[in-house]
Design a protein around this ligand. Structure first.
Ligand code: FAD
Length: 491
């Protein structure tokens, strides 16, 4: 597919995805799918669908609270975007002043395990404006570079130690419903259709697939303008002469700027050269390159594909192909134009497209971005964060992004955002929680996603113990449990 027809396909898909979601298909507690018997394979207290950063933390937190947990993921490893997608580093876990680590709990435990294995650099040692933050300053203090292969193993171990039963290669197909209550799910596994009976379910799919199919209201992207943030295929390179690369960048740091939402940051002078030679057609004017733990390894966040509908296989397929085309163009760029990268080797591309935005599931309360900007710490707070509002592509056009720093030192996220409307027995975790599109642009990054997961898993365990519905859960009890797990809740 050539570039022009790709853009046509992607645009059409985005329009389709923006349509109001129809009440989706569910199945009852028994039955067949197209004549195939659904096997009753599993019975558990809590089913977590999606093993990304939020799903892992939800599963571990619940299992440690004494609940029987099954964690199902469509892929072959835990970690979602951070492993399969090669996304990194972990964005900041500090307050805006860069003084206090405010995302702790399971996130900190995972980081400590990575550091002990020599597979991460502790965020206390990483400062903004350095090669570890693509030399970006605002909002990027105390990121955490990590090795994605080691992260897969850390997640495997932390789940095994907590007693979480993990099922890979298991795609959530349908919710099992009893009226408005979700009582489990049908998974499509290599063995066929298998039913999981569960007393509660957590949707950690990123796309809100469970909630959507169970009938919760959802919006696609930003209903104000019908857009989703562009997707990016991450890749990693090594064999970089890092000293020479840094020597090329540092003299240009005073020229780093943002004009009408377009960033002229790392290597913008080299992009200009390639553009002048007709060897650059990407929708960016600079290249986000992040040094990793090993000195010669760099993580590249630069491909950009607009209008991708992650709920549509054709749209995603076209995006994956276009992503790999862009990686090829970027590798040629590195080899030809970037000092120190002449012999860089492509270590690999993400085994999945990096999707920043798709569905937002709605609850009774939809977190507005203004609460984050104004630093609201709600009465039912479940975590603190200070990630800035970073909505790529929000201003339309090929590269115009919306970046809004927060006005205060931090903000909180209410427990209410985890409770979808119209479905009983279900909690949300990670990227799909009830937030408006720009708010989701801030809290979607991995450290808050993990903290949201930890809160969802802890809340689910308390609901199961007390026989309470998520909406009726005593917040003070949740707060006590989270504080005992070293989660920061107070400004
Ligand atoms: C391009 C890009 C750049 C980013 N940059 C950064 C960054 O630098 N730093 C940072 O901290 N964060 C970054 N993020 C954000 C972050 O990676 C994600 O938002 C975060 O991983 C969300 O966590 P999650 O658990 O909600 O979902 P995900 O990480 O998406 O995990 C969802 C999991 O659910 C599984 N799943 C989905 N559907 C099904 C199904 N039907 N059945 C079974 N399993 C299913 C998937 O396989 C996946 O493993 C970036 C994201 C993108 C896309």
């Amino acid at each position: 597919m050539d570039r022009r027809s790709f853009l046509r396909t992607a645009g059409a898909a985005a329009i389709a995805g923006a349509a109001a979601p129809a009440l989706s298909s569910c199945i009852g507690e028994s039955g067949t799918i197209d004549g195939n018997l659904i096997k009753d394979s599993y019975e558990t207290d809590l089913l977590v669908v999606g093993g990304g950063p939020s799903g892992v933390c939800a599963a571990v937190a619940a299992a440690r609270s004494g609940v029987k947990v099954l964690l199902a993921d469509s892929g072959n490893c835990l970690g979602g975007m951070g492993t399969k997608g090669l996304v990194g580093p972990f964005m900041t876990c500090y307050d805006a002043a860069g003084e206090r680590m405010i995302i702790r709990g399971l996130f900190e435990e995972i980081v400590d395990r990575l550091v002990a294995a020599g597979a991460a650099i502790h965020p206390s040692k990483i400062r903004q404006g350095t090669e570890f933050t693509a030399w970006i300053k605002e909002g990027h203090d105390h990121c955490t570079p990590f090795d994605p292969e080691e992260l897969k193993k850390v997640y495997d171990r932390i789940c095994a130690e907590a007693g979480v039963k993990v099922l890979f290669h298991s795609v959530f197909a349908y919710p099992v419903m009893k009226g408005r209550r979700i009582t489990g799910a049908v998974l499509l596994t290599p063995s066929g259709f298998e039913r999981v009976k569960a007393r509660m379910v957590i949707d950690a799919t990123g796309d809100g697939t469970v909630a959507y199919r169970a009938g919760a209201p959802c919006v696609f992207g930003d209903p104000e303008n019908g857009r989703v943030q562009p997707a990016s295929l991450f890749f990693r390179i090594n064999n970089v002469d890092t000293d020479r690369l840094i020597a090329d960048v540092v003299p240009h740091l005073p020229e780093f700027r943002r004009v009408n939402g377009v960033s002229y940051r790392c290597l913008h002078w080299r992009v200009a050269e390639a553009e002048a030679n007709g060897e650059w057609d990407l929708a960016r004017k600079s290249v986000n390159i992040w040094r990793s733990v090993e000195k010669d390894q760099w993580v590249i966040n630069c491909t950009r594909i607009h209008g991708v509908d992650a709920t549509n296989a054709e749209s995603l397929t076209a995006a994956e192909v276009e992503g790999r085309r862009q990686v090829e163009e970027l590798m040629n760029f590195f080899h030809k134009y970037v000092p120190g990268c002449e012999k860089a080797t492509l270590m690999g591309t993400g085994s999945t497209m990096g999707v920043r935005e798709s569905r937002h599931v709605h609850g009774d309360f939809v977190l507005p971005v203004s609460d984050l900007i104004e630093g609201v710490v709600p009465d039912d707070n479940i975590l603190l964060s200070a990630n800035s509002i970073d909505v790529h592509g929000a201003m339309g056009g090929p590269a115009g992004g919306l970046y809004m720093p927060i006005k205060k030192n931090l903000y909180g996220i209410p427990y209410r955002c985890l409770i979808p409307r119209d479905v009983e027995g279900l909690l949300l975790a990670g990227r799909c929680i009830s937030a408006d599109s720009p708010a989701a642009g801030a809290i979607r990054v991995m450290p808050p996603a993990m903290a949201i997961g930890q809160a969802a898993g802890t809340a689910a365990a308390l609901c199961l113990k007390n026989g309470a519905s998520p909406a009726a859960l005593d917040y003070q009890e949740l707060r006590r449990a989270l504080l005992a797990q070293k989660v920061c809740l107070d400004a």
